[in-house]
Write a protein that binds this ligand. Structure first.
Ligand SMILES: Cc1cc2nc3c(=O)[nH]c(=O)nc-3n(C[C@H](O)[C@H](O)[C@H](O)COP(=O)(O)OP(=O)(O)OC[C@H]3O[C@@H](n4cnc5c(N)ncnc54)[C@H](O)[C@@H]3O)c2cc1C
Length: 369
């Protein structure tokens, strides 16, 4: 089950490698972990619900705790310490757009605030109820996760908005396609959440950010339903998809979204390059991007992020060997890591890789494979 007070499945532990603990201590000083509040303690602190009974609304305290906060650092501190200012008064799990519509009517009738909830991976506080007079109803779309239609010719796929990244990709891959949208929260975040937050993925350079992939959908709003049909590119009038892109659920609940899929690429290729310093790394990345190569990923880390990534990777001996080899090539303290990705036909991947690595080399980059 998803951890209630942090990231990941609670059956999997993520122990900090000893070298990483030493590294963190060197950066921020020694620390002593405070005692974590238990789920039982937090559940016991949940006040009674202010919502009238409804067959689709759960007022179970543990469910309300699990929907109280997102995944920002302040959220994790609140959850780990058990100091949570407000909980939703109830959580609904609709299965259809009609049920969403009836829940919006119910919320209006009892003056409740509504929070649409996808995977709950928000890092900006928008799924957190605020303390106040009005009751809060969280509408979790977890049950709305089906593929509704797939058109082989246009590769337009319509999913219910609560589908998570892995489920969406599995359905498309089974049809020889991919969306190519991989935010780092991919495992838990949902299609509706991606659209509502204007999300960007690890390979968005090639596949496009969600605004390029989102072709249309269906929205349930307090004023009634709104269809956003997937029109081809048009120069006429405003683009109504902009109403929902980045809306953070303020205008309504996206129950269905149509996305533009791509054929699974013949080859996916990822390369690591290290630069002696930030200035040279930045110069290389600028030139690579200005060359408009068909890359899907150009991810550059600062010296601090590079050092953290290497030490958190574990494999102390392997990383030690890599660092010694890089030092011989003049890439030591202050180095920056660049990951280049390409997903395309084999021949195109070869050309893009050759060109990008050539530019990197010119700027002092060392390709490590
Ligand atoms: C470890 C980690 C890594 C991350 N990496 C990335 C990244 O690489 N790129 C990136 O862009 N973001 C990233 N994020 C942020 C977050 O995952 C994204 O904003 C994601 O799109 C949220 O999706 P969600 O389904 O979890 O939405 P939620 O967190 O549930 O909701 C986010 C917002 O969208 C609204 N909403 C959700 N579903 C709907 C719906 N169906 N209709 C209307 N409104 C809705 C909510 O009310 C809320 O305002 C990361 C977060 C974490 C914790």
């Amino acid at each position: 089950m998803k951890r209630w007070n942090g990231w990941g499945d609670d059956t999997i532990d993520y122990p900090l490698p000893p070298a990483a603990a030493r590294f963190l201590e060197a950066q921020v000083g020694p620390g002593s972990p405070p005692r974590d509040a238990s789920l039982e303690e937090v559940v016991a602190s949940v006040p009674p619900s202010r919502l009238p009974a409804h067959p689709l609304v759960s007022t179970d305290a543990a469910t309300r705790v699990r929907h109280a906060r997102g995944h920002s650092l302040p959220d994790w501190i609140a959850l780990r310490s058990g100091r949570i200012a407000a909980f939703p008064d109830g959580v609904a799990f609709p299965s259809t757009a009609e049920e969403v519509r009836s829940l919006l009517r119910y919320a209006a009738s009892c003056g409740a605030r509504v929070i649409p909830y996808g995977g709950g991976t928000s890092v900006v506080g928008h799924i957190n109820p605020l303390p106040g007079e009005a009751p809060v109803l969280t509408i979790d779309l977890a049950r709305m996760n089906r593929l509704r239609s797939f058109d082989e010719a246009s590769r337009l796929a319509t999913f219910e908005a609560g589908v998570t990244g892995p489920d969406l990709e599995a359905q498309l891959r089974a049809r020889g396609c991919t969306l190519g949208h991989y935010p780092q929260s991919f495992e838990y975040s949902t299609l509706g959440g991606w659209v509502a937050t204007r999300s960007s993925g690890q390979q968005s350079l090639g596949y496009g950010r969600i605004e390029r992939l989102f072709a249309g959908g269906h929205l349930e709003t307090p004023a009634g339903p709104l269809d956003l049909p997937p029109f081809p590119a048009s120069a006429a009038g405003p683009d109504l998809r902009e109403l929902v892109l980045g809306s953070e659920g303020r205008l309504g609940i996206l129950t269905e979204a149509t996305v533009r899929a791509t054929g699974v690429p013949e080859r996916e290729d990822f390369r690591g390059v290290f630069f002696p310093d930030w200035e040279r790394a930045r110069g290389a990345v600028r030139e690579i991007l200005q060359a408009r190569l068909p890359l899907t990923m150009v991810r550059l880390s600062t010296p601090a992020e590079t050092a953290t990534t290497l030490v958190l990777a574990g494999h102390e001996r392997l990383i030690g060997t890599l660092e010694r080899l890089l030092a011989i090539r003049g890439v030591g303290e202050g180095k920056c890591m660049l990951i280049l990705g390409c997903a395309a036909r084999e021949a195109l991947v070869k050309v893009a890789r050759h060109e990008a690595l050539g530019i990197a080399r010119k700027h002092g980059g060392v390709h490590v494979g």
